[in-house]
Design a binder for this molecule. Structure first.
Ligand code: HEM
Length: 231
């Protein structure tokens, strides 16, 4: 009974977190689109445009703050979701879909944070990206090509900001929303399957109980069953 209750709580918690994940993705996407109205993906221009959003655009600082909170919150909540799903593992198809999608979602959320590193064109972002590009370059065989693809030529320039901005705002953000939908869908299907299973079990138990009660009350059935057992 205790295990059943524990599993129920974990299942519900996973579904609630999945709703939270989808909400955070949508909030980040909407605020990201609002930022895009004023953001300029260029070396130097990126910093100036974000300063203008924060100081000159009305409520611009709120949009920036909400985007940062939703984006970083998404990473945190999807990591918690992985733990909750692991504890309540079921090994049904719908659970596996939700489990794999939760891992993909966490990776996408981390990639969204990573691609945003240089989007503000600050000293911190620039030097952090320089160090991480060094790590990418150290990958055998494909390292230097990968660096060229990410940066658009090797050095960190406007092309780098444009490449990472494209990945961040068009590819990864759309991917995050799609995966969040699949994840929630998987969990909802799992909840429905579990409910149907419980109803089936309850019906079988009820039928077995009424059969044994009938057998006890009906003398004919008793004599019949004792005759059968004598045979
Ligand atoms: C699921 C959708 C999205 C997620 C999860 C997300 C996540 C993030 C994260 C984590 C950051 C870094 C915040 C920080 O710590 O400074 C960021 C920054 C940024 N994002 Fe997004 N983002 C999403 C969609 C978008 C879209 C659709 C756009 C634009 C079309 C966009 C534009 C930006 C810009 C311009 C920044 C730099 C702002 C800054 O550094 O303060 N994002 N995003």
């Amino acid at each position: 009974m205790k295990t059943e209750q524990y599993e129920f709580v974990l299942r519900r918690l996973a579904t609630i977190l999945a709703v939270g994940i989808l909400t955070l993705s949508l909030i980040a996407a909407v605020t990201g689109i609002l930022l895009a109205f004023y953001y300029e993906p260029a070396a130097g221009g990126a910093y100036d445009s974000l300063q203008a959003i924060a100081n000159e655009v009305s409520n611009g600082w709120v949009i920036l703050r909400v985007h940062d909170l939703a984006g970083n919150g998404l990473i945190a909540v999807s990591l918690i979701e992985i733990v909750v799903m692991f504890l309540g593992r079921q090994f049904t198809n719908s659970w596996l879909t939700a489990w794999i999608s939760s891992i993909l979602l966490t990776l996408t959320a981390i990639a969204l944070g990573w691609t945003a590193m240089i989007l503000d064109w600050t000293q911190l972002g620039y030097w952090r990206l320089s160090i991480e590009l060094g790590t990418i370059e150290a990958i055998p065989f494909i390292g230097s090509q990968l660096r060229d693809i990410v940066t658009g030529g090797g050095a960190i320039t406007t092309a780098t900001v444009e490449h990472l901005y494209t990945l961040h705002s068009y590819i990864l953000s759309v991917g995050a929303i799609a995966i969040a939908l699949i994840h929630l869908g998987g969990l909802l299907v799992q909840e429905r399957q579990q409910k149907q299973l419980q109803i089936k079990l309850a019906a079988t138990n009820l039928a077995a109980e009424s059969e044994s009660a009938q057998a006890q009350n009906d003398p004919k059935s008793l004599s019949l069953s004792s005759a059968e057992s004598q045979k």
